[in-house]
Design a protein around this ligand. Structure first.
Ligand code: HEC
Length: 120
């Protein structure tokens, strides 16, 4: 009985887990485009993105953010990141200095967010 329950539990958990791993791996490739401006672990043209998921916008120390982003009041959860990454200025924060047209493919957006979530 116990073994059976474990098998059922694994059958539910494992596919979800591997789908996630795959998304993050695909997202790492999408992130190549972001690397033009974002370095990991330090500020560059754009701010450091390690730990950005769940962080308050414009809060990474030592980076000179735009006033628009500082005043946005956003916390970078999945929904906000989704809007931001499809067009930072057009869809989310007018006046941001992230001059990037945005990702047009929903899967790429989801994948790159999954990848960002692995950066701790
Ligand atoms: C052309 C340069 C450029 C590219 C390309 C770029 N960014 Fe940015 N990014 C910036 C700048 C500059 C900021 C700071 C914006 C501000 O202060 O208004 C920023 C800010 C951000 C923030 C908010 C960080 C915080 O601390 O509030 C996130 C999240 C982000 N970028 C993700 C990405 C992702 C993911 C990609 C790739 C899909 C990407 N960026 C591509 C320049 C860029």
């Amino acid at each position: 009985m116990r073994t059976h329950l474990l098998a059922v539990a694994l059958a539910i958990i494992l596919p979800t887990f591997s789908a996630h791993a795959q998304d993050a791996a695909a997202g790492e490739k999408v992130f190549t485009a972001c690397k033009a401006c974002h370095a990991l672990g330090k500020n560059s043209v754009g701010p450091n993105l390690v730990g950005v998921v769940g962080r308050k916008a414009a809060s990474y120390e030592g980076y000179n953010y735009s006033t628009a982003l500082k005043e946005s009041g956003i916390t970078w959860d999945e929904a906000n990141l989704k809007e931001w990454l499809t067009g930072p200025a057009a869809n989310k924060v007018k006046g941001t200095k992230m001059v990037y047209q945005g990702l047009k493919d929903d899967k790429k957006v989801a994948d790159v967010i999954a990848y960002l979530a692995t950066l701790k």
